[in-house]
Design a protein around this ligand. Structure first.
Ligand code: SF4
Ligand code: F3S
Length: 104
């Protein structure tokens, strides 16, 4: 599966949702997640993310995000159309400790 990782937090560009063939992105306040059991591993969303937040779970840093993605995918509503990203999305790219500081 592919998963959304920490750098999505407070960036939330949403380009990713436009290309997913199975509509498995779910929307929280300031980030999205992928439902790992619905993702068909096509990989087309990965290059769409301007901040490189979508990673395959075969990468060690991404593997620890699988349970997180599943948990919130089961709580949040599905998102299939791009919305308006946060005003400071560009400045938030790469900011450290986003999970602790900015996740809501
Ligand atoms: Fe959707 Fe494919 Fe991305 Fe999985 S890898 S979330 S199926 S676009
Ligand atoms: Fe997040 Fe990137 Fe999608 S910032 S909302 S994973 S395009």
């Amino acid at each position: 599966t592919y998963v959304v990782t920490e750098n999505c937090i407070a960036c939330k560009h949403m380009d990713c949702v436009e290309v997913c063939p199975v509509d498995c992105f779910y929307e929280g306040e300031n980030m999205l997640v992928i439902h790992p059991d619905e993702c068909i591993d096509c990989g087309v969303c990965e290059p769409e993310c301007p901040v490189d937040a979508i990673r395959p779970d075969t990468e060690p840093e991404a593997d620890r995000w699988v349970d997180f993605n599943r948990k919130y995918a089961e709580m949040w509503p599905v998102i299939t159309q791009i919305g308006v990203p946060p005003e400071n999305a560009k400045e938030m790219d790469g900011v450290p400790d986003k999970l602790e500081k900015f996740f809501s």
